[in-house]
Design a protein around this ligand. Sequence first.
Ligand SMILES: C[S@@+](CC[C@H](N)C(=O)[O-])C[C@H]1O[C@@H](n2cnc3c(N)ncnc32)[C@H](O)[C@@H]1O
Length: 395
Amino acid sequence: MPIDEITQKVSDRYARAASTGEQMCCPTSYDMANLQSFIPEEVIKISYGCGTPAGLETVSPGETVLDIGSGGGIDCFEASRLVGSSGHVIGIDMTDTMLTIARKNAPIVASNLGYTSSNVEFRKGMADAMPVNDGADDLIISNCVINLAPDKRKVFREMFRVAKPGGRFTISDIVADQPVPQYLVHDTHKWGDCLSGALTLTDYIAGMMGAGFLGIHLVKSSPWQVIDGIHFFSVTLTGYKLAPGTAESAVHYATLRGPFSRVVDELGTTYLRGIPEPITPDTVCLLNQAPLASHFILSSTPLWLDRADNRWTAVYPADAPCHWRGHFALFAGPFLEAADDDHHVYRRGEPLEICSKTLAVVETDGYAPHFAIINRASQHVSGDAVTCSPNEGCC
Ligand SMILES: C[S@@+](CC[C@H](N)C(=O)[O-])C[C@H]1O[C@@H](n2cnc3c(N)ncnc32)[C@H](O)[C@@H]1O
């Protein structure tokens, strides 16, 4: 399908949805009672997101927030409340029907929040050519939109252009566990359902890194649909446009605390748990960001850790038999690669089949935030337990 045709069909679909108020799309987990206290029903009923990018404590008072594909404005209005009257929110959308509803409700939300005037403006524009100045935004959010854009790399480059140095994004979107085949890509109805245009997690993150963002990591994931064995799921990702030259000049070493036994960061440096690694100022800047900072000790002189040190973290697999039940772990950063204490190497975005014992490891607090787990078994699995003693490694 030509790009213009995809865009026109997507816009027609959302214009229709906005006028009829039909239910569409995905799991969001909004605190609806909270939102209903200041956002009119007309906006809430046409909320078509797949996450809560503005409601994840990502927004700070006084900030400028940009929402790409703002629709009826639900996330802009939530951001409006969180940035306060001194902050500013810009919503961009290509569909006039959406913009009309969002603009009509902006003064109502402002009044409900006790603001003298609205701090939200809605601009007509495309995600891949945004009517926004360079370096204008502290935080870019978007909710189930980028999958709908035919040229995602162009959108990621636009995001990087409009982010302030030191700025960040929190984006919710639909991705797939494997490349979407052409017969689905060319299904016009499934474009509008946020399926045909879904990238794999690997391609999605590679596109963001290609644009210049770093520290890209998973905030949340939830399953959406399985079509012909392809798992579509919603992810919320955060990443940074780092500001060079802002790192502490006294820091020269990083020591990995764990729980991973080895990681490779996005600038290509490998760290082994407990062993100090010399780092550059750019790496200091990267490792200072959440959640990377919690995995390292940064120091001016080399610092070794051993198991007896309470800063060392590790999760060792149970010495017990395990079962294969169809689970796959999708590692989602903030590292290119990470190894556990049972010989598994997780590469970002690549599903790795894991047994029940490894599932228990990746579900622990230190691991869980970095993984989306899918189950590819299409029916109940009744395999026998397999021996998994350390020398007979089963998975
Ligand atoms: C799935 S809806 C999500 C709307 C809103 N973010 C929400 O959570 O309710 C997608 C929205 O993105 C807009 N959109 C889709 N592709 C776009 C593009 N390439 N540029 C600008 N807006 C786009 C559509 O008009 C629609 O309002």
